[in-house]
Design a protein around this ligand. Structure first.
Ligand SMILES: [Zn+2]
Length: 119
């Protein structure tokens, strides 16, 4: 996982983006922690540590749990169709209680939607 994070940080840096922090849940479901998605522990910790307004924040992910996490925390949820996202969307979207605020082709498409001019 740390090796994947290093690659992700390097690729984002090369594209001109930077990360303030990386959060992850080191537990399994049986641990009943508050940080396993869609529980909001990680989101609340990030909001505390970086003075984020979750009502004005976005969660981008390739799993429905990411969308549910976003909505439970008061944020908007963007599903990317890369990774697990395409399969999640094609096979499961009709069953979801909460739908993504936007379905993006990939991370760049998600960023463009988030930064779109409003009004
Ligand atoms: Zn956890």
């Amino acid at each position: 996982m740390h090796a994947v994070h290093e690659v992700m940080v390097r690729q984002l840096q090369q594209a001109g983006a930077r990360l303030d922090a990386i959060y992850y849940c080191p537990h399994i479901s049986a641990d009943s922690c508050d940080c396993r998605k869609p529980k909001t522990g990680m989101l609340e910790r990030a909001a505390r540590e970086h003075a984020l307004d979750l009502l004005r924040s976005f969660v981008v992910g390739d799993r429905h749990a990411d969308i549910e996490l976003a909505h439970r925390g008061g944020a908007k949820g963007v599903l990317v169709r890369t990774g697990y996202g395409e399969g999640e969307f094609l096979w499961n979207a009709a069953k979801w209680q909460t739908q993504p605020d936007f379905v993006a082709a990939d991370l760049a498409d998600a960023v463009n939607w988030i930064l779109r001019p409003t009004i």
